[in-house]
Design a protein around this ligand. Structure first.
Ligand SMILES: NC(=O)c1ccc[n+]([C@@H]2O[C@H](COP(=O)([O-])OP(=O)(O)OC[C@H]3O[C@@H](n4cnc5c(N)ncnc54)[C@H](OP(=O)(O)O)[C@@H]3O)[C@@H](O)[C@H]2O)c1
Length: 303
């Protein structure tokens, strides 16, 4: 049986993307085949297509784009006891498989059950952006009443960092572009417009930085808050290491994803999804994310 997917056949720009007609994959041991309902769209997707992730992401061309999905289990590989045909699940795609497709393969160890109260679209955004945010907030370990500075606060990861930190009672100073002010303030953070003088904008001590932008934005913020401030950079770990900071160590286990599902079901995490595209228009979805300034999350709806 064949399926429709969206991917690329050579590394390069958006012009390398197209709709693919591929055989439905088969799950191996420890894996499940999922009929995809929704796929999350992330900057990592275009970075893989551009060839920036050749060292870390196993890719056979033509490759299907996307790293995370929600959907219904249609086949179970050997050795999988936790999931059965018909289960509603979400997770990160297994190495060599993509999410912008009618069917994809997940490792059972990186899959969790989707609560009924969490939408297909919201569940599809949890493994990458919300998961990264959770791991970054935990690794920074800033406690209630302390202050964290978030750079790139209005994107997929940043907005989840805001929600998780506020739920922990942490004060958040959130740097983003002007159009995101109202939303960021509604999440209980103090808004600072991108490009402002951080030293002026931050009225008191900063106990940690979560960086989703990197480059000059991180350099300026780290310089402004001074040496010794813990930094976790999702976007630019090499630069963060110049100030003693680090990247984020991801936890992609079933337990971690189940925790994200609970946090969403209980309203602590509220993924904002303003843009939903059908699979045949996945290129428009990725272009929005590649533009770098989308509000919240972008999702490809498959069925
Ligand atoms: N290592 C990992 O496991 C991992 C996981 C997830 C993400 N990431 C990386 O983390 C970064 C953020 O991911 P995301 O999903 O949150 O992306 P996103 O939704 O596109 O958000 C990125 C944010 O960065 C801000 N931004 C972009 N260019 C900027 C600039 N020149 N100056 C200031 N702000 C700028 C944008 O804010 P404004 O629109 O307000 O300007 C936007 O809200 C990406 O580089 C992604 O590849 C890494």
């Amino acid at each position: 049986m064949d399926m429709i997917a969206y991917g690329f056949s050579e590394y390069g720009g958006p012009d390398t993307e197209y709709l693919l007609d591929l055989p439905v994959p088969e799950p191996g041991p420890g894996q499940i085949l999922v009929a995809v309902r929704a796929a999350g769209v992330n900057p990592a997707d275009w970075k893989v297509r551009a060839g920036n992730r050749k060292d870390t992401v196993q890719t056979t061309l033509p490759a299907v784009l996307g790293r995370e999905v929600s959907g219904t289990v249609v086949l179970v590989g050997s050795g999988v006891d936790e999931f059965a045909v018909g289960d509603h699940v979400f997770g990160g795609t297994a190495s060599g498989y993509g999410g912008y497709a009618q069917y994809t393969v997940l490792n059972a160890s990186s899959t969790a059950h989707k609560p009924d109260s969490v939408s297909w679209a919201a569940a599809a955004t949890l493994p990458v952006a919300a998961g990264t945010a959770y791991d970054a907030v935990r690794s920074l370990a800033v406690t209630a009443g302390r202050t964290v500075l978030v750079l790139g606060a209005g994107g997929g990861v940043g907005s989840a960092v805001l929600q998780l930190a506020r739920a922990d009672g942490v004060d958040v100073v959130a740097v983003a572009s002007a159009g995101k002010r109202e939303w960021i303030e509604s999440l209980g953070a103090r808004f600072v417009e991108s490009g402002s003088d951080i030293a002026d904008a931050v009225a008191g001590p900063v106990d940690g930085i979560v960086d989703l932008v990197g480059g000059e934005t991180l350099r300026a913020a780290a310089t402004a808050v001074g040496p010794g401030t813990p930094i976790v950079s999702v976007a630019d770990p090499v630069l963060a290491s110049e100030w003693g900071g680090s990247g984020v160590v991801r936890d992609r286990t079933t337990a971690a994803f189940a925790r994200l599902a609970d946090l969403t079901a209980t309203g602590v995490l509220r993924p904002r999804i303003d843009h939903v595209f059908p699979l045949v228009r996945a290129g428009e979805a990725l272009a929005l994310v590649e533009n770098g300034h989308s509000l919240g999350k972008v999702v490809v709806e498959v069925r």
